[in-house]
Ligand binder design. Structure first.
Ligand code: ZN
Length: 271
């Protein structure tokens, strides 16, 4: 198996991957508080792990290379607990845009922005919308939690889906960084189990709130019964979902153009 991590490759090996029309995974994540028991790198570490595993799974069908994780994400809502680094939307947009441009200049044409942090989801979609017309590549944005969906959540016993510093993230970190998980009081950490009103107003409207509005200790979910076995199953499920996305030709196919003869308009892409 060839190495899939960009920063471990020589320049000529990266050039060969561009010539082979490899997919690039550009992971985006965060450095932010993850309760009293997990390190601040949790989303960055998990995003890296799932991207690398996905690349290895997809590689026999299509070459893939994974860039280093963009750790500087949107985490203003976690600032009240400290331990958090955040950037502005404008900075995030500029950084991701510059990295996509650097990939396109080297000949990569299919780019998967792979997100592992809830706070980046809306911005990721906005960036994809904005760059799609001009960037010269096909951009797909994914968040492994939603792409894998039920394949992740069926491993959980004490919460419905992946939350924050929770049964899911704690279990996966027990695999990736076991020495950095403080397991001394997992049973006492459950918080924010009903996080439904966190970003809500009215019946179906949006309001920003800080994470401190739903949790006293920075945890949302119940890490009490976290295990490395659950974590391994969830990492594999997340990686399988991303690999399936990568090797599906429909993911990268040009959009249909159903305009009839004589219909006016302009091209989907500029330039
Ligand atoms: Zn997290």
């Amino acid at each position: 198996m060839a190495d899939v991590e960009w920063q471990r490759l020589k320049a000529q090996e990266v050039r060969a991957l561009a010539e082979a029309n490899a997919v690039v995974i550009l992971p985006i994540a965060s450095i932010e508080q993850h309760g009293p028991h997990l390190p601040t790198m949790t989303d960055t570490r998990l995003g890296h792990e799932i991207a690398v595993r996905a690349a290895r799974k997809a590689y026999p069908k299509r070459p893939v290379v994974v860039t280093p994780v963009v750790w500087s994400g949107l985490s203003e809502h976690h600032m009240p607990f400290g331990g958090t680094l955040t950037v502005s939307h404008a900075t995030f947009r500029a950084l991701v845009g510059d990295l996509v441009a650097a990939l396109v200049r080297q000949g990569f044409r299919d780019i998967l922005i792979s997100n592992s942090h809830g706070g980046n989801m809306i911005a990721m979609q906005q960036i994809c919308d904005e760059l799609a017309v001009d960037c010269g590549a096909t951009l797909v944005g994914t968040t492994y939690v939603t792409e894998a969906g039920e394949d992740l959540s069926r491993h959980l016993e004490d919460q419905k889906g992946v939350m924050h510093a929770c049964e899911a993230e704690t279990s996966m970190m027990m695999v990736c960084e076991p020495a950095l998980v403080d397991t001394s009081d997992l049973a006492g950490l459950a918080q924010g189990m009903d996080g439904g009103r966190f970003l809500a107003a009215g019946k179906a409207s949006y309001r920003w709130r800080p994470f401190a509005a739903i949790t006293a200790n920075g945890v949302a979910g119940n890490p009490a019964r976290s295990t490395a076995a659950k974590g391994e199953a969830m990492l594999e499920a997340g990686a399988e979902a991303l690999a399936a996305l990568i090797v599906n030709p429909e993911t990268w196919a040009a959009p249909a153009d159903l305009r009839g003869a004589g219909t006016g308009g302009v091209d989907f892409r500029r330039g």
